[in-house]
Design a protein around this ligand. Structure first.
Ligand code: FE2
Ligand code: FE2
Length: 338
C-alpha cells in the first residue's frame, strides 16, 4: 500500500547503494540504458546493473513489509466493527493487504533475494516499512480515515508504479491499484455515513482527520531537495513523479473531498493559489517523521512484536506445507519410476 520509505536506507548508517552505472560490461550496460530510454521493461532474466537490482529489492521489500504491517492497525478493528456489513468490508480489505504483500514478496524474489532474507530484515528491525502504521487507530472513525487518506495517498504513490521499468513490479501494481481504489472508497463512504450521524460521531471523524492529515502528507517522503536518490530512480524509470509533485496532487485531490465530507483539514495555511493553480500548504514536521522512521513512534515496538509472534506461531503451518509438498513430490517420482 505504502511507499514512503523508498529513499530511506534499511539500516541506519549503512553505506548507500552505489548509484554509478556498472562498468562490468559496457555492451550490456548500453543495451540496458537503451531499453530504459525507450521506456521498455526489464525482466528477471535480463542483465541489469547491481545498483538497479539493489534499489528495487529495497523498494519492493519495503513496500511488501508495509502491506503486511499495514494489516495490523485495521485488523484490530475487525472484532469491533459496528455492523456485519462493515465487518465484511474490513475483513476483505485487510485480506487484500495481505495479498498485496505476497505479490510484492514474489516480485522481489525474482531479483534473487529470498523471502526468508526479507522477513529476517523486517523481524530484526533493520528493514523499513511505511511509518504511517506506527500510529494507533484509536476509534472507528480512524478506520474510515485510514481508507480515505492513507489508501488515498497510497494510490497517488502507486499508480505511477504501474509504469515502473521492472516488469514484475509494474504488473503486480496493476492489480494492487484496483484493490486500493476499493479501499479508498469504502473508507470515504464509511465517513460520509458517520457525518450524517450524531454530533459525537462527527467529532470522531474530525478528530481522526486531525490526527492523520499531516502524517499522510509525510507518506510521500522527504521534500525533493532532501531526496538525493530520487534522480537516479527517475533515470531508471522506477520513480516517475517526484515526492513533492505527488504530495501536491494528493492535496489538490483531497481538499474538495474534505469539503463534501464536511470536515476541516487541520492546516491554517491551506489555501488555493490562483497563480500556481494548486493549494498552498503549511510545514510538515519532518523531525517527528524521522523519529518515527527510526523506531521511536508510538507503535513501532508493538507492530514488530506482533509480526514476529505471528511468524513464529505460523511455523508449524509452513512446516506442514513443506512436508506435504515433499510427499507429493515423492509420490509423483514413485509413479514415474513405476
Ligand atoms: Fe495494499
Ligand atoms: Fe489498501
Amino acid at each position: 500500500m505504502y511507499t514512503q520509505s523508498f529513499n530511506v536506507q534499511d539500516t541506519a548508517g549503512a553505506k548507500p547503494v552505489a548509484l554509478a552505472p556498472s562498468k562490468e560490461d559496457p555492451a550490456l550496460q548500453a543495451a540496458f540504458d537503451a531499453r530504459i530510454d525507450a521506456d521498455g521493461r526489464i525482466e528477471p532474466q535480463d542483465w541489469m546493473p547491481d545498483a538497479y537490482r539493489k534499489t528495487l529489492v529495497r523498494q519492493i521489500s519495503q513496500h511488501a513489509h508495509s502491506e503486511i504491517v499495514g494489516m495490523l492497525p485495521e485488523g484490530n478493528w475487525i472484532s469491533r466493527a459496528p455492523s456485519l456489513k462493515r465487518k465484511a468490508i474490513l475483513i476483505a480489505k485487510v485480506q487484500d493487504e495481505g495479498g498485496h504483500g505476497l505479490y510484492l514478496y514474489s516480485a522481489a524474489e525474482t531479483l534473487g533475494t529470498s523471502r526468508d532474507q526479507m522477513l529476517e530484515g523486517l523481524h530484526s528491525g533493520r528493514a523499513k516499512y511505511s511509518s504511517i502504521f506506527n500510529y494507533p487507530t484509536l476509534n472507528w472513525a480512524d478506520v474510515g480515515v485510514v481508507g480515505w487518506l492513507v489508501d488515498g495517498a497510497a494510490i497517488m504513490n502507486q499508480v505511477p508504479l504501474c509504469r515502473c521499468s521492472y516488469g514484475p513490479y509494474a504488473r503486480a501494481m496493476v492489480r494492487v491499484c484496483k484493490e486500493e481504489s476499493f479501499h479508498q472508497r469504502q473508507g470515504y463512504e464509511a465517513l460520509l455515513v458517520m457525518m450524517t450521524g450524531t454530533a459525537e460521531q462527527k467529532a470522531m471523524v474530525q478528530d481522526a482527520v486531525n490526527r492523520f492529515w499531516w502524517k499522510c502528507l509525510a507518506m510521500f517522503g522527504p521534500p525533493d531537495a532532501d531526496s538525493p536518490h530520487s534522480g537516479q530512480a527517475m533515470r531508471w524509470g522506477i520513480k516517475r513523479i517526484s515526492n513533492d509533485d505527488l504530495r501536491q496532487k494528493f492535496i489538490d485531490a483531497t481538499v474538495p473531498q474534505a469539503k463534501v465530507l464536511g470536515v476541516t483539514l487541520p492546516d491554517p495555511d491551506l489555501k488555493w493559489n490562483e497563480e500556481r493553480q494548486h493549494y498552498d500548504y503549511g510545514q510538515i514536521d519532518w523531525d517527528e517523521f524521522w523519529s518515527t522512521v527510526n523506531g521511536n513512534g508510538p507503535c513501532n515496538k508493538e507492530r514488530l512484536a506482533t509480526r514476529v509472534k505471528a511468524y513464529s506461531e505460523g511455523e508449524w503451518v509452513r512446516d506442514a506445507a513443506m512436508a506435504h509438498a515433499r510427499k507429493q513430490q515423492e509420490r509423483s517420482t514413485m509413479k514415474e519410476a513405476a
